[in-house]
Design a protein around this ligand. Structure first.
Ligand code: FES
Length: 409
């Protein structure tokens, strides 16, 4: 699931949250409506656009135990969390997802398993159904086996179609997520046809956002402006046809906009992410930010993390802003955009998101758009998300590649 679709779901659930009974009142004005449990960073897929941290390898040895996850669910519920995303890596690599699902149901969460489908068997989906799992979101990659297998660096094309049928057979709404990039953007019409043929109720076309592995592979993944415009027109055309019942959500790529996105619906406003090793984060990428210490469920309660930790309070609201955000009439709408993107591209976490036309760093985005037409940049090999490459990144062996995007030019 992407940040954008998480945000939309939150808005839909806000009213219910306000009416929610049995949840302790938060000491702050906000409550974590969403708990995203990134239960493992292990994954059988090696997607070039994965948003997991590039240095995830250092977090794979110390995953939270089942009991620690159940406690995190209880604590987040007390704070007001209503929606639970069970994500990864591939969450099904853990054999305790059934226990997490049962606890989520008992606590009254709306639970959503976000999966590649690898590891979803009849036995497990039956257990999830009986345990009260509400929703399964399946990632798909393309209509062609060639591109599915290339971009994930696996052979999973046929398996995904079988899993889609299994999800449908068990009475779940069919919710597909397709990350859009240069390799599949030209197949959008066919992807929509495939989703309809699979009986999808909802498809999220999530244009790649450039964090983690997708930032390392930005030159290879980023489509041209014309490709994005055409893709959006196809999505709009599909939505405009009253015969098409499948809902289509098109996540607009922020690089091609001149206004930044209100990332995560605001820092520390509605999302709380607990990572595989227990770190508590306001967004998936927050650990890239310098000079910040994030709470961990092993040492700190979730109430402390949400209400009192310096990390969650650092970019709440707009008091932290400097110009041009501080005096901008849009600041309450976008809250200055994404802190991680601001840091990754400009080197300054408090700068305006470089996507913004008022940002002094907008030229970095414009250069990326120019580079998307540069055959030499596009032709560089992809760094696939895998343990070997994560170790290389940790050892600094891919520094040149990574620094090309992280450093101030
Ligand atoms: Fe946007 Fe971290 S990813 S604030």
């Amino acid at each position: 699931m992407t940040q954008a679709s998480l945000g939309e779901s939150v808005v839909q659930k806000t009213v219910q949250a306000q009416q929610n009974n049995g949840v302790a009142a938060s000491a702050t004005h906000t409550q974590p409506l969403w708990l995203l449990a990134e239960v493992t960073y292990r994954c059988p897929l090696h997607c070039a656009f994965c948003y997991n941290p590039t240095d995830y390898d250092k977090h794979t040895q110390n995953e939270l135990t089942t009991e620690q996850w159940l406690q995190a669910l209880r604590d987040a519920r007390k704070l007001g969390a209503l929606q639970l995303g069970i994500s990864g890596g591939e969450p099904l690599l853990r054999d305790d997802i059934e226990d997490i699902v049962v606890e989520a149901k008992k606590l009254g969460y709306y639970s959503n398993l976000i999966t590649s489908g690898v590891g979803l068997t009849e036995k497990r989906i039956q257990a999830f159904k009986e345990g009260g799992l509400d929703h399964i979101q399946l990632s798909m990659h393309d209509i062609t086996e060639e591109i599915n297998n290339f971009i994930t660096n696996t052979k999973t094309f046929e398996l995904k179609k079988k899993v889609a049928a299994m999800i449908k057979n068990h009475g779940y709404p069919m919710v597909l997520n397709v990350v859009i990039h240069r390799y599949n953007i030209g197949h959008l019409r066919e992807i929509l046809d495939m989703a309809e043929a699979l009986g999808a109720d909802y498809i999220e076309l999530a244009n790649t956002q450039y964090y983690g592995w997708s930032l390392v592979n930005r030159s290879q993944l980023m489509p041209t402006k014309e490709q994005v415009d055409e893709a959006e027109a196809i999505a709009n055309e599909f939505r405009a046809n009253p015969n098409n019942k499948m809902k289509v959500f098109f996540v607009v790529p922020d690089y091609f906009s001149d206004r930044p996105k209100k990332c995560m619906n605001g820092w520390g406003e509605v999302f709380m992410i607990v990572t595989a090793n227990g770190d508590v984060l306001p967004c998936h990428s927050a650990r890239v930010l310098p000079n910040m210490t994030f709470p961990n469920v092993r040492d700190d309660g979730l109430a402390y993390a949400w209400q009192d930790s310096p990390a969650f309070n650092k970019y709440r609201g707009d008091a932290w802003m400097k110009e041009p955000c501080r005096s901008c009439s849009e600041k309450e709408n976008d809250l200055g955009g994404c802190r991680c993107q601001a840091f990754l591209l400009s080197g300054d976490a408090e700068a305006a998101d470089p996507v913004c036309s008022k940002s002094p760093h907008r030229h970095l985005i414009d250069q990326a758009i120019i580079d998307s037409r540069n055959p030499q940049a596009v032709a560089q090999p992809i760094v696939f998300r895998n343990d070997k490459n994560s170790k290389k990144i940790l050892a600094g062996e891919l520094d040149d590649r990574v620094k090309a995007f992280h450093a101030v030019p």
